[in-house]
Design a protein around this ligand. Sequence first.
Ligand SMILES: C[S@@+](CC[C@H](N)C(=O)[O-])C[C@H]1O[C@@H](n2cnc3c(N)ncnc32)[C@H](O)[C@@H]1O
Length: 252
Amino acid sequence: MSDCGFVYLVGAGPGDPKLLTLRALEVLQSADVVAHDELVSPAILEFVPAHVERLRVGRRHGSGKAAYRLHPIVLERARAGAVVARLKSGDPLIFGRGGEEAEELADAGIPYEIVPGVSAALGAAAYARIPLTHRNHATRVTFMTGHDAEALEAGSGETVVLFMAAHKLKANLDRLISAGRSPSLPAAYVVSATTTEQRVVVGTLGDLHERIGGIDPAAPALIIVGEVVALGARLAEVGRPSFDPEAAAGES
Ligand SMILES: C[S@@+](CC[C@H](N)C(=O)[O-])C[C@H]1O[C@@H](n2cnc3c(N)ncnc32)[C@H](O)[C@@H]1O
């Protein structure tokens, strides 16, 4: 352990271990402790050397309100001089509480670094071939959570990516409609993006909730809304998917 503790807030990417950055890999292989969210895929935890202490510290789906921003055990280890990698799904600063955790580290006087990761929004878009800002269809993209959906007024040429919106899917889709969008606007439900479990269900704002029967509502999912979704369905017809489950099975 080093004399002075240090915390890395590290983005693990959306699931496919090949989307982990080289910097994140370097940090995971040199830390004393890896404190990770439940959503971080087991394939990524395999990069952590066996001698490194692993702590599971996250709260899935933001459930439960805790009084702390950064888990107390992370602070405790850092204060004791450990180099801690706080590993978070996607990017730490996109709905990952990385900002709040950085504030707490700054308040505590503990040095830290933020290592960006590929957000699920970007992984899902690429692997489902939905071009978030194709110039003929969308000139802006908004990332938001399901319960904030009504706060965004409809605008033409927009793409909306909803995080944490799977649990109350119909209510979240209805909020977007109430804010002025057409029920016929294309919408996609991308579950377990970039992993071998990925599924993409395409529908409209009005009927997407009826199409996802059988998918585990607890699996991480994003809803992507906008004309680019229809384009994505066309782009997916040809070429090679970003993630080929058969090739991956052959590699293991
Ligand atoms: C607490 S947020 C963390 C977001 C993360 N920081 C990011 O940049 O992707 C968790 C939500 O991200 C989304 N998510 C994370 N990984 C995902 C994946 N592989 N496929 C689809 N959605 C995912 C889901 O909406 C999930 O409820």
